[in-house]
Design a protein around this ligand. Structure first.
Ligand code: ADP
Ligand code: MG
Length: 218
């Protein structure tokens, strides 16, 4: 379990590839979610961004976690666009800063990186929990990860708890009235639709959790 309990660059890169694969599979669903309360581009935007990340495999896959996270951030910043591009860019950039140049992260280091990412999104987007944004997925996810960590959980357990909480958080955005982003233009009419950015956040975290649960490649 020891090697499985640290996240090195090779393993993080596999997580990034899984994020790209899951976003690709679910891009139509993300775009459909963005139709009634946005402009119907979220799945397209994010898929374009993650495909651009995959194209940097050669440069990024052999790097330490911080450098990979920074590469993901810069690529998403320059390719995703919309509101979510800069927000995801900030999220991964803050994660990168928290990871520093350590060759690997343990569960505690990863949770600190997620905390930093969430703080960055809140600063940049000014959204609070309940505003019907990606913050509604990341806030319970970070809380659940912190809790599982305190209970002695390792990487895989912490990420599994985070993914489940993010999924529940994304579903809980359905009745909310949007107060940030494009969906807020609809006012009360934004209620009754699940937020696309909260949904993609849960997809990203679930992708990480899947890879963490698999045996590390030797
Ligand atoms: P756009 O709304 O510009 O078309 P996207 O469709 O790519 O951008 O992303 C929309 C998602 O971005 C929303 O579902 C929401 O989760 C997230 N979002 C928008 N504004 C904010 C904000 N201020 N803070 C946090 N997340 C936000
Ligand atoms: Mg949109």
């Amino acid at each position: 379990m020891d090697t499985a309990e640290r996240l090195d660059g090779a393993r993080l890169w596999r997580m990034v590839e899984r994020m790209a694969a899951r976003v690709a599979e679910r891009r139509a669903e993300l775009t459909e979610l963005d139709q009634p309360i946005g402009d119907g581009d979220h799945g397209i935007n994010l898929h374009r961004g993650f495909q651009a990340v995959l194209a940097k495999r050669e440069a990024l896959s052999g790097q330490a976690p911080g450098a990979i996270l920074k590469g993901v951030a810069m690529t998403l910043l320059s390719t995703v666009g919309g509101a979510s591009g800069p927000l995801y860019g900030t999220f991964f950039l803050r994660m990168a800063a928290a990871a520093g140049d350590a060759p690997s992260l343990d569960a505690a280091g990863l949770v600190r990186a997620f905390e930093a990412g969430l703080a960055g999104v809140k600063e940049r987007g000014k959204a609070e929990p309940g505003d019907k944004t990606m913050v509604d997925a990341w806030t319970p996810a970070v809380a659940a990860m912190r809790e599982r960590l305190a209970a002695g959980g390792g990487l895989a357990e912490v990420l599994a708890a985070g993914a489940a909480a993010a999924e529940a958080g994304a579903q809980a955005t359905r009745p909310m009235v949007a107060r940030r982003g494009r969906a807020s233009y609809l006012g009360e009419r934004s209620a009754g639709h699940q937020d696309p950015g909260a949904t993609s956040s849960a997809i990203i975290l679930r992708a990480m959790s899947e890879v963490a649960a698999e045996a590390p490649a030797s």
